[in-house]
Design a protein around this ligand. Sequence first.
Ligand code: GDP
Length: 194
Amino acid sequence: MKINQAELVISAVSQKQYPKESIPEIALAGRSNVGKSSFINKLIQRKALARTSSKPGKTQTLNFYKMNESFLFVDVPGYGYAKVSKKEKEKWGKMMEEYFSTREQLQMVMLIVDIRHDPSKDDVMMYDFLKHFDLPVTVVATKLDKIKKGQKAKQLKRVMEVLGMEEQDQLIPFSAETGEGKEVAWGAIKRYLS
Ligand code: GDP
């Protein structure tokens, strides 16, 4: 898909700030530094739509980006920062629950993981959290360029096993460096945009 228009509609911390319009939404989740911003920027061919490497201590917000006036990408704040205080973690959890449990426009969540490693405890928790709300999840295993070709199948299998992925959920190997997996990722998104 060619994105001609991409704009930040709002950075929201609670439901009353969510955009009022009801166009479909695709959310993007992943632990901090996994490559979430690089993923979205590669998809829409921008250098820096999504802020890269949001540091701990910064305000954690749900960022709603409108694409071509037709759908929204919702950038979910990164999780799994050990340095974040318990209070901040609780705030994050509440914000996530409010969004995932109430947002009717939300069609699908893309969960970004690192193909080089087994998914972390936080990744597993996030996947379970999303499944708890019965949301379709597409798992994107990024940084594919960082492993040898021969390791790909084994690592993908590990991601599937460790997350305990449901049969209907798709797993996409991806690299923001080479663009591999980009068309497959768009295919997955388009299926939920109608
Ligand atoms: P975010 O915090 O999840 O948004 O992560 P970023 O997109 O900022 O990426 C974190 C770091 O990983 C940056 O240094 C990126 O350049 C790097 N990175 C992200 N995706 C890839 C990838 O597919 N391949 C390689 N080699 N590096 C990547």
